[in-house]
Design a protein around this ligand. Sequence first.
Ligand code: CTP
Length: 434
Amino acid sequence: MQATRGAGSARIDGEVLIERVLELPGGPLLLELASAREDVDLVGGAVRDLLLGRTPLELDVVVGEEPDLFARELAASARLGGRADDAAAPRLAQHDRFGTALVEWDGARVDVAARRAESYASPGALPEVRSGTVEEDLERRDFTVNAIALALGARRRGQLRAVEHAFADLDAGCLRVLHERSFLDDPTRLLRLWRYAARLRFQPEARTAALAREAVRLRALATVSGSRIGTELRLALREPDPLASLLALQQGGVLAAIHPSLRLAVPERSVHAALRLLPPDGDRVVLLLACVLLSTGDGEARELLGKLDFTAATRERVCDTVRLAPELPVRLQAAARPSELAAAARGAPPEALSLAGALGEERGLDSAAEAARRWLGELRNVRLKITGDDLLDAGLAAGPDIGRRLQTVLEMRLDGTVGDSADAQLEAALRASS
Ligand code: CTP
């Protein structure tokens, strides 16, 4: 254990970090509560990010015992100090297994856990846990840069403790496991390695890279449940630059280790183009999953996504995208009028159209890309000013004829052959042949 970065500078770093904690959502309240005790430390990604000058999204805290009690106190203080409206009321979620608790209020996210020491009964299994010291709690972690603790409590406030190499690795942009068995004990760290490498632009240190390759070769991921792998994969896909994460996972052999047919089957520039085409209601995770499952059959993709615990809605949307995106460019290219474009796009999710636009561009079908852009940005939002009720009020009989007339007028509206007023649309609907 490396107690400090060097007695003098660690003291200064710590004080500067405490100042920064005070500026974070939830920071002042956390420090106020911590000042009454000696056993509160900020740990993990929060300390790493503060030292890197980044803003942590979540504050991970460990306490000596009874994390649930500390979390409840935090939530109660947040309630007292908070605004009166319900939206700002603190939320407290407890996770039983390790007694950890998450408190959220007003932009703050504080995750409270008990300090613990871990041992692994078998590779890939969840660890056996007992309470431990700060040093032991750091020793159980994934990478040195995530194994730094900043004391928040009364007398030790500002004191930094870290595992060996942590500060040097942070300075050098280096990811290093704490011991030789790290990836075998917890193979989900293979996904974490490449996710951090992509996000922080860090490199795995040589021995760590070799251990990661070895764990992949030994099929370590086969010892972990699909659900845990899925959780890490979702984190990778939700990164600010998810494509960088995917590429890192692919280069590290991790995608193929999850499933042999997982591979980025679309050129990088097309993934970027598809992401740019994706409208705000589109789902980036769906789009990226489709990009790595494009050369996989429908059934196989559905089964794999099920094993990885993706929701049924995500599974179906990915499978629709995988099925429709390759054939859509030709149909989009052939659509001369907006109403034909609507017919080609009908039933396809926005992710399929974004990917189709990008694939079209890749294949030299430039008007397919333009059609996808036009459909997603403008035409799919075109609505009529009239409804079936207006046609019933005008004396038409209820039945499928009403729907057909509305469809005809919608096509006319898309093609610009009827105006935007309700009167013009009603007249066109009444004139349309059933
Ligand atoms: N951790 C670990 N092994 C894992 C998961 C987590 O050692 N398989 C430890 C790491 O020290 C990590 C901490 O638990 O820093 C908290 O995990 P998590 O919340 O997933 O990551 P953050 O540290 O918050 O990092 P970020 O959210 O920035 O990815």
